[in-house]
Design a protein around this ligand. Sequence first.
Ligand SMILES: [Zn+2]
Length: 106
Amino acid sequence: MARVPKSLGQDGPDTLVITWNDGEVCRYNVRVLRLSCPCAECVDEWTGEDRLDPNSVPQTVRPVRIDQVGRYALNIVWSDGHSTGIYTFDSLADMCQRRQSPETSS
Ligand SMILES: [Zn+2]
């Protein structure tokens, strides 16, 4: 079953909470999400290398707006002005799974 967020919320200023349509609840540290931004400005499209300097991202960074993109992703606008990151539901679900059940493989 394709996972889609059923609801989005925040638990304090630095935790994003996604409740998935299968009932699982995932919590994300917002700065970690910001640092995992997959856009071409933050990750080299060809080499996959990180271009984002973590020191350039304020400790207090937080999402100011979250929009759904089609049926597959979220676009997050950050308080540091960055807004080009598209986080697919797959990658978000993946980040959550890795934290909760590291052995899972498909
Ligand atoms: Zn980015």
